[in-house]
Design a protein. Structure first.
Length: 194
């Protein structure tokens, strides 16, 4: 994929809409980027199978919003009790809020939403979803998860991965992956946006 210059950083140029699927019940469609002075707003749609959703995570600089189109979403901010929302309701996670969400219903969960500023989210999530698909599990391939988590740690963090693992083991895994040539597919990875 070609890289293009954006106002504040380098981003990947995707053709829109474009969908990623983790093979474990989640798909995410990137609809379009809307340029704003504060950074691009990325419009998205997702579908999530029952009892599936991302683990506790944080976007250090991004706001994430999901409006339920169909189904029932469960969501939780770290340290709070789970909450639920249905069709027409919107859930917003502010930058720095550790959170998770999942399909809390019996049918398909469909949401529309946005992430702003978009930063490196498309590349990061595309890589994580591909690593989950490769592993055949909600836990992504260890080498790919370590690489992506280390490279984009200034933007995103997976709260469910212990700090010790992220700080000390991931660098060792990335070194081994680099020495064994596992990261050739990331040769053109964009730098973190921040």
């Amino acid at each position: 994929m070609p890289i293009v210059e954006n106002v504040r950083w380098v981003v990947y140029a995707f053709n829109y809409p474009h969908t990623i699927d983790n093979g474990q019940g989640e798909s995410l469609t990137f609809l379009r980027r809307i340029p704003t002075p504060e950074g691009d707003v990325l419009e998205v749609e997702n579908t999530v199978q029952p009892a599936v959703g991302p683990p506790m995570h944080v976007h250090h600089f991004q706001e994430e919003a999901l409006t339920v189109v169909e189904g029932r979403i469960g969501y939780q901010r770290k340290g709070e009790e789970p909450r639920f929302a249905g069709p027409g309701e919107t859930v917003v996670f502010k930058p720095g809020e550790v959170h998770r969400f999942w399909n809390a219903g019996e049918g398909l969960l469909k949401c529309s939403g946005y992430i702003k500023p978009a930063d490196s989210i498309e590349y990061f999530l595309s890589g994580i979803y591909a690593a989950q698909k490769k592993a055949g599990s909600l836990r992504p391939d260890m080498f790919e998860a370590a690489y992506l988590s280390r490279r984009y740690r200034s933007e995103f963090a997976m709260d469910e991965i212990p700090a010790f693992v992220q700080r000390f083991l991931f660098p060792i895994v990335v070194l081994i992956g680099t020495l064994t040539g596992k990261y050739q597919k990331f040769a053109d990875a964009p730098p973190p946006a921040r």
